[in-house]
Design a protein around this ligand. Sequence first.
Ligand code: G
Ligand code: MN
Length: 320
Amino acid sequence: MQNLSPCRGTEPAVSTATARGLAPSRLLADAAMSQAKTGFRKIVCATGAEEDSGALPSQVLLNALEDAIDRREFVMYYQPQLDLETHQIVGVEALMRWHTRNGDVVATDNFIPLIEPSNMLHKFTLMSLELVLAQMANWARRGILLNVALNISARMLEDDNLAAHFKERLARFGVRADMLTLEITETAIIWHPDHARRVAADLTAAGIKLSIDDFGAGFTSFSQLQYFSLAEIKIDKAYIINLKENSFGASLVKGVSVLCKSEGIRLIAEGVEHRESWQLLRQLGCTIGQGNSIARPAAAAEFEAWLASSGSQPMGLALH
Ligand code: G
Ligand code: MN
């Protein structure tokens, strides 16, 4: 493959908004910045007194987000997943960015924690799904067949109708179910495992693939994992960003790769920031990488330009 140069994307930085008390989206972009500085809890639990000192009440933030959802101010970015042996693009992860009306770009870490516990989660998830399916249908019409991974909250596995919602939309957009993977973060607490397992089984029965995200970042319960029919595990970037030989991270990758091989699970290393890690990952048995040394997340047009310049044929059919 040619031109698979590192860091080609130009993902915008998170908002640096400073003004206060303007439009709702300005408030939230502002809060995103405060969150980075002061921590999430302080904003969400802000009291009147804190409001005077510049923190914002959570309801204002939630209203701003709800408006943003209704106005469709969210844009999907795409980050490729590379087969480190064949240099084929095996898929992309869809990553949401909020493009506020004043031109700020807010990354997911700054707003997902607000949406997840709220009653907006359902609406937000279906909006994300529709953005992804519209893009997949658009790509398919143009002969670009890409497997796409969408992040969903573990809380969505409480919804008995989740698979039905997904099936209806897959049919409406004319997208094959086996080209869609749902990433569920391993750190999330699943309150009703039996129920979640049933919903997950409905999704896999519909042909949708399930992936465990941020693997190794939480208190992994292998006893839970074995009951989910997993297509994929993504090792948390904390182990990958500074991957070194003979380190704990290297042992983890090697061990999990053995588990994945014998279970027929696809293994992805996320946060591959250094080109030098590509070979080490292959040696450890992990053949798929995602991260800034391959490409940063980019909006569809920019991602397509990257794909064309990479010379890689995306692999768009079911992987197993
Ligand atoms: O929670 P999840 O693992 O889905 O989040 C993926 C996040 O990791 C995205 O926000 C993406 O921008 C970020 N990311 C992707 N590649 C890299 C990388 O190489 N290094 C770092 N630090 N972050 C990355
Ligand atoms: Mn993810």
